[in-house]
Write a protein that binds this ligand. Sequence first.
Ligand SMILES: *Cc1c(COP(=O)(O)O)cnc(C)c1O
Length: 476
Amino acid sequence: MKKEEFRAYAHQVVNWMADYMEQKENYSVTPNVTPKAIFNQIPSSAPEKPEPFEAIFKDFQEIIVPGMTHWQHPSFFGYFPANNSEPSVLAEMLMATLGAQCMSWITSPAATELEERVCDWLRDAKGIDSSWKGVVHDTASTATLSAILTAREKATQFQINEKGFTGNEQFKVYSSSHVHSSIDKALKIAGIGVKNLVRIPVDKNFAMIPEELDSAINKDLEAGFRPLCVVSALGTTSSTAVDPIFEITQITRKHGIWHHIDAAFAGTALLLPEFQHLIKGHEFADSYVFNPHKWMFTNFDCTILYVREPKFLVNTFSMTPEYLKTKLDDEVNNYRDWGIQLGRRFRALKLWFVIRSYGLEGIREKLRKHLQLAQLAKSWIESEQYLELLAPVNFNTICFRYADSGSTSEKLNSLNESWMNSVNATGKAFFTHTKLDGKFVIRWVIGQTDVEEKHIRNAWSLLLEKLEDTLQQAKN
Ligand SMILES: *Cc1c(COP(=O)(O)O)cnc(C)c1O
């Protein structure tokens, strides 16, 4: 592509982007495609000859876009959102243009120093202890793996990094029974083994029972195991349950073990002072992760890992071969030493654009609106005799289902599943499910950047309409 062509095509692309952002709610939230439908439209071998941008862009619009799930659609209520915003997208374009690889301070001083600042900004705005330091990672999975590896190395005086496992480690890691699968995965990768993840029972609100944690640790100690780390959840993925951070930290302190707080989704709520009590006592925990790429208007990917003592993280990951050494290494942060990857994207730029564009006030306003909309939707569900809420609405995630007293639990599960599928099949809204105590539950997460009351109202009408159809069909 010639330099002068780039300008014209870039304008064309930006126009498409602006149209998309204005009209995203006119798309079907999920695509109507069968497996391989897209694959088969793409030639089986790469083109030998250059193709004009017009052809590529046309195929993008005609083949790719119809095969996309529209994650930014205001009626996308599934999983957790991965919401974006105009300033974040603009920053992403600039990042791609600079094309910087931000592994070390010297490879882009501005990238490192901006990352330090925006991590501090969010730390302070969230009420995290001002001595903690942050680093931007791609995902919570990576950040949690980094924390667990660091816990492992701290506990063994960095000996596993050096010599490998002796075979006598006998580590145990604890979480609630509602733990996210990224913790299981981290234990696989860290060589600890998923069998050594101890799932602590939860209370009726699906939060970890601290007494159960303490007794599990004591039992393991007596049996000769080595408790390494507790991963608590501030907002579980199923129902956004909040583990008691304060009580858990008392226990981890007493036993001298690492406490990692997984606040991947709900951590954004700490920007609201009324939620900051949830991390009371965290000063004596060890690490905390949250995803601005879920609910903070910063397009995927962007995660921040905060640690109380960065030296443990750095000692776990630093590798400074001769060709990476610089004169300034004692004076600056080389973020390559704060995690797994060497090469790093300039994600702090997105955070800077988002935070400055909205201001913390603007972000808080949006969060409060989402929380209010969730309360509204919750009140509608409560007002229906045959609908029930299965978990407290701690933030903006509602877990609900249809339940009549005449049906078996199996029948209810299949009814609710059909109900959700029939709603999703319309393409007008999108929900996903979880299971709570064996019950199929629809999750309604209200956290899209542009979600308005009308989207919630339309989704509610659609839910009621499809429930009637589903019950009718079940009768026939
Ligand atoms: C989403 C989520 C994760 C994983 O996040 P990624 O950034 O996709 O790795 C981990 N823990 C919890 C509680 C989550 O909700």
